[in-house]
Unconditional design. Structure first.
Length: 270
């Protein structure tokens, strides 16, 4: 479901319904983060994805942030679209981690763990999980209110930079807190701004004028297939007579060549 100002309230109501499930999953995930607690939250996510042979490629599709590719041997590999802004990539890190780990948690809970398999609800849980991993330990509302600038968009830009979160993720979380706080004025302001879109250049201007790190709203355009190549090469060492793995490495190398061309074209365009 694409979230707009018209269904924003419906989205918040859905968040409240799935809150306990998401909190349970966060508790499950945090057990895996003990060795990385000193790292920023986005780097914690990156370390988890690396364990699953993360693939990073630039795909020129503004509506596609990432996915999980399941290979014939059952292995699930996360793919992140590096043509998206870094802030959106960080959000997608956690979104895809939810998809990678949900089945593990279900198995841990056993047959009594009831969870809907409806596609839209699964995606909403993944999004809400991502937002709570980013915002859950901090008070976005207080931080937003502490900003002295009168310009609403500038205050949101400060939130995006400080929490390393994309525009709409900030607005949704802020709206949810404003609703609980009965702040009608802020709710209305968020709805008025929710469906507006700004180009990379417009965001760059806003960030630069306010001395914020504008690299966060630009794409990284990384092409990195090394983790999956290394995993296949390890299989080749263990099974040198099997042509299957030789075929796999050729396919991945072809992907690498293709995406490096895309990477070059996108860099020239930017």
């Amino acid at each position: 479901m694409r979230i707009t100002s018209k269904n924003l309230d419906e989205t918040i109501e859905l968040n409240e319904k799935i809150e306990k499930q998401v909190e349970s999953h966060i508790a499950y995930i945090e057990k895996r983060l003990i060795k990385w607690r000193s790292l920023p939250i986005e780097e914690q996510a990156l370390e988890i994805l690396k364990e699953h042979n993360l693939m990073e490629v630039p795909i020129p599709d503004e509506n596609w942030g990432g996915a999980i590719r399941k290979f014939s041997n059952g292995k699930m590999v996360p793919i992140i679209n590096t043509a998206q802004s870094r802030l959106y990539q960080y959000f997608i890190y956690w979104h895809e981690i939810y998809h990678l780990t949900e089945n593990d948690e279900m198995m841990q809970h056993g047959e009594d763990y009831e969870i809907s398999t409806e596609f839209n609800l699964i995606e909403r849980r993944a999004d809400y999980f991502a937002s709570q991993m980013i915002f859950g330990r901090h008070d976005l509302y207080d931080y937003f209110q502490s900003q002295k600038d009168d310009d609403f968009l500038v205050k949101i830009a400060h939130c995006m930079k400080s929490f390393k979160a994309p525009y709409k993720a900030v607005l949704i979380q802020l709206y949810q807190i404003a609703k609980k706080s009965n702040n009608d004025q802020l709710q209305e302001q968020i709805k008025l701004s929710f469906d507006k879109q700004w180009s990379i250049q417009e965001w760059t201007t806003i960030f630069q004028e306010n001395m914020l790190d504008d690299s966060l709203i630009k794409p990284s355009l990384i092409t990195n297939l090394n983790p999956i190549k290394q995993a296949i090469q390890q299989e080749i060492k263990q099974h040198p007579d099997l042509e299957l793995y030789q075929d796999h490495i050729k396919v991945v190398e072809q992907w690498e060549e293709t995406y490096k061309e895309v990477q070059k074209e996108l860099k020239e365009h930017l």
